[in-house]
Design a binder for this molecule. Structure first.
Ligand code: TXA
Ligand code: MG
Length: 318
């Protein structure tokens, strides 16, 4: 089958094909509002292992499990009344909850990398929800890119990176948020931010009061915060206000017209910048520049999540 035949719009027929594939242990990529996911039946350990294999991903990274609604989530993990209240407020949407696995939780241990907890999310994207309904089982899905590469925000990004490893790619259009989900852990009535993402700390705090931020070096509490997790192929220079020879310049706002190769948002809109970030890296990466210089991004609202990604992209690699 050619790669283009694998990209399906979410018609009833396509959803059935994709659901049958995932139930038979294959990998299916699907659109969500954050980034495209590389999905496997979370109750099938070999299928979940296939995710790590396909991505070439370090196996100590636990995955997010996707379900169509809160009711389905409650079958897998324990929700305190407080966690339930939060889920009702923010789901469906770009936030994942890390909660204790139920004793009879059918999700493969590999999906939680041996931890007693599981990260779980109800996405809002229509194609994602229809797919999860049709699959009728929890779907483990990290971003659908090779490990260390940029997260995909279009079906074509997935086809380019992992096209030969998936049965289908469910095309739900461009990702509206464009950054991974926020990951929180909820213990009693305390919320800890494990990964910044589509729901900002400020949005959370408006509902729950104070939100603690996990230390970046605590690998177990936040195994996904490994520094080089989001890296284009060439080095990245942050807070740049000029363009050196051989560099591509990624601008933000209207101050850089003369040197800009690409602008995350001409009007300085952080939501727009977030939605464009990974696609911008894909594009600049393809130009084979010696380095990507990135303009300063304000550290407010979703800007914190953008800077978190940028910092990882700029971290030294080996
Ligand atoms: O937006 C998203 O969240 C995308 C789409 C596809 O839904 N998925 C995604 O999954 O980004 P993944 O596997 O790349 O990210 C999982 C994140 C990591 O930061 C991981 O460390 C954290 O969730 N995580 C997962 N399970 C955890 C657990 N039990 N305890 C602590 N952190 C956990
Ligand atoms: Mg990822």
């Amino acid at each position: 089958m050619s790669i283009n035949d694998k990209i399906l719009k979410p018609s009833p027929d396509a959803l059935e094909k994709a659901a049958n594939s995932i139930r038979s242990g294959k990998l299916v990529s699907f659109a969500t509002e954050t980034v495209y996911g590389l999905g496997a039946d979370a109750t099938n350990g070999e299928a979940v292992a296939g995710i790590f294999e396909a991505k070439g991903r370090p196996s100590f990274n636990p995955l997010i499990v996707h379900v169509p609604d809160l009711n389905a989530a409650q079958k897998l993990v324990y929700f305190s009344p407080f966690a339930t209240k939060l889920a009702e407020k923010f789901w469906p949407g770009p936030i994942s909850f890390v909660l204790p696995r139920k004793d009879d939780c059918p999700v493969s241990e590999l999906a939680s990398a041996g931890l007693p907890t599981l990260a779980i999310r109800v996405p809002s994207n229509e194609a994602a929800r229809a797919f999860l309904q049709a699959a009728a089982r929890p779907v483990a899905a990290p971003s659908a890119n090779l490990s260390g590469k940029i997260s995909p925000t279009t079906a074509q990004h997935v086809a380019d990176g992992l096209g030969d490893k998936v049965a289908y790619i469910l095309d739900g259009g461009d990702c509206a948020v464009g950054l991974e989900s926020t990951v929180i852990s909820v213990q009693d009535d305390r919320v800890t931010l494990l990964r910044p993402g589509g729901i900002s700390k400020e949005e959370l705090e408006a509902v729950v009061g104070t939100v603690e931020v996990a230390k970046a070096d605590s690998e177990i509490s936040s195994p996904g915060m490994l520094l080089s997790h989001y890296a284009p192929g060439c080095p990245v220079r942050l807070n740049a206000t000029d363009k050196k020879e051989g560099e591509a310049f990624l601008a933000f706002g209207d101050g850089f017209d003369r040197i800009s190769d690409l602008n995350l948002s001409e009007t300085g809109d952080l939501k727009e910048a977030a939605a464009k970030l990974f696609a911008a890296f894909h594009k600049l990466d393809a130009q084979h520049s010696s380095q990507i210089a990135v303009a300063p991004i304000p550290q407010e609202g979703i800007g914190a999540a953008i800077n978190d990604r940028l910092k990882r992209a700029a971290a030294p690699r080996n």
